[in-house]
Design a binder for this molecule. Structure first.
Ligand SMILES: Nc1nc2c(c(=O)[nH]1)N[C@H]1C(S)=C(S)[C@@H](COP(=O)(O)O)O[C@H]1N2
Ligand SMILES: [Mo]
Length: 299
C-alpha cells in the first residue's frame, strides 16, 4: 500500500542505549570537554531511545492496577492468543476479524515515535505496526463515518484491575475520522522488533504520537465507525481535566500542572526537564487538522 508518511525519527537520529552509555562514560572520563560537548549530550538525551526496560516496566494500564509497576507485575495473566477485533458501525464489511488474519494483510513497519504522557513524562519508542487507515479501508469506510470509537478487552478474570471500579470498564477512546486516517496514526503490534509485551497493550494497541498517551488505547477488541463523537474514558472520569482532543500542547496547562516541560523517563531523577513541543514535535504533519479551532477550548 502507498504510504504518505514522512519519516520523522530513524535509527540514525536516535541514540540507542548502548551507544549512549558508552558516550556518557567517555564524557565522564574526559575532563574539560567544554560547553559544546555538554550541549551536545543534552540534545542526544532528548533523542535517546528509551530502553526495553524503561518501556516495559513503567506503564499505565489500569486494567492491571494503577501503580506504574502493576502492568509488568500482572499483565502476564492475560491470554492474547487467540484474539479478535470486531469492526462495526459505518463500514461495508462489519464483522469479527482474527488478529492473525489482520496482520497477514497489513504492511508491518517500524516507527520510532516520541511518546508524551499527560502526566508530563515522555519516552522515545520503536514501535512496529501498520497504519490504522489501512485497517479502516480493509473494513470499507462508509460516507456517514465521522469518528472512530475504540474499546479495550473486558476480562476481569485475567485483568485484576477490572475487579475494582477505578474507571468505568471497558476503557474506551475515540478519534475524529481525519485523525484516525492520518498516516502517523498506527496500530502497534510490537516494539523493539518483538511482539507487543502484554503490559504495553498486546496484541494490538493504538498509537497517536501527537496526543497525550491516554489516547493510545491498549489491547483493542472493538472498533466502531460512528457519526457522533464517542465517549472517552478520561473525559468521562474528569471532563474539566481531559478533553476529547488531548493534543500535546505546551501552551495549555493541565488544571493541576504545567504542560510546558516533560521528564524523559530513564534519565534519572535529577535530569533536566526538557521542553514539550507543540503537537509533541509533529506540528508540521498535523497542525492543519485543527486549523480554525480554539485549542484552549478544544483541549
Ligand atoms: N486500555 C488501556 N489503555 C491505556 C491505558 C489504560 O489504563 N488502559 N493507559 C493509557 C495511558 S494514561 C498511557 S500514558 C499509555 C501508556 O502506554 P505505555 O504503558 O505503553 O507506555 O497507555 C494508555 N492506554
Ligand atoms: Mo498517561
Amino acid at each position: 500500500m502507498a504510504h504518505r508518511w514522512k519519516n520523522d525519527l530513524s535509527w540514525e537520529d536516535v541514540t540507542p542505549e548502548a551507544v549512549w552509555l558508552n558516550r556518557r562514560q567517555l564524557m565522564v572520563g574526559t575532563v574539560g570537554l567544554g560547553l559544546a560537548a555538554i550541549a551536545g549530550s543534552t540534545f542526544a538525551s532528548e533523542l535517546e531511545l528509551n530502553s526495553w526496560d524503561d518501556i516495559t516496566s513503567y506503564n499505565n494500564f489500569y486494567e492491571f492496577g494503577t501503580d506504574k509497576g502493576d502492568p509488568k507485575r500482572y499483565a502476564g495473566d492475560l491470554v492474547t492468543n487467540p484474539w479478535q477485533v470486531e469492526i462495526d458501525g459505518f463500514v461495508d464489511r462489519p464483522g469479527i476479524y482474527d488478529f492473525e488474519d489482520i496482520i497477514s494483510k497489513m504492511t508491518i513497519e517500524e516507527r520510532i515515535y516520541r511518546f508524551r504522557c499527560v502526566e508530563a513524562w515522555s519516552m522515545v519508542i520503536p514501535w512496529s505496526g501498520f497504519e490504522l487507515a489501512d485497517l479502516l479501508n480493509l473494513a470499507g469506510l462508509q460516507s456517514e463515518a465521522r469518528y472512530v470509537a475504540f474499546e479495550t478487552l473486558y476480562r476481569p478474570e485475567q485483568m485484576r484491575g477490572q475487579r475494582f471500579p477505578t474507571i468505568k470498564w471497558p476503557y474506551v477512546e475515540g478519534l475524529r475520522l481525519d485523525e484516525a486516517m492520518h498516516p502517523l496514526t498506527i496500530m502497534a503490534t510490537g516494539l523493539y522488533q518483538k511482539p507487543m509485551p502484554n503490559q504495553n497493550g498486546a496484541p494490538i494497541r493504538l498509537i497517536v504520537p501527537w496526543k497525550y498517551g491516554f489516547k493510545s488505547i491498549k489491547s483493542i477488541v472493538k472498533i466502531t465507525l460512528t457519526d457522533v463523537q464517542p465517549p472517552t474514558s478520561w473525559n468521562r472520569l474528569q471532563p474539566s481535566e481531559y478533553g476529547f482532543y488531548s493534543n500535546v500542547n505546551p501552551t495549555v496547562d493541565h488544571p493541576r500542572w504545567s504542560q510546558a516541560t516533560e521528564r524523559k523517563v530513564g534519565q534519572g531523577l535529577f535530569a533536566r526537564r526538557i521542553p514539550t513541543l507543540m503537537f509533541n514535535g509533529y506540528e508540521e504533519e498535523v497542525a492543519h487538522l485543527y486549523e480554525g479551532m480554539d485549542l484552549t477550548e478544544n483541549y
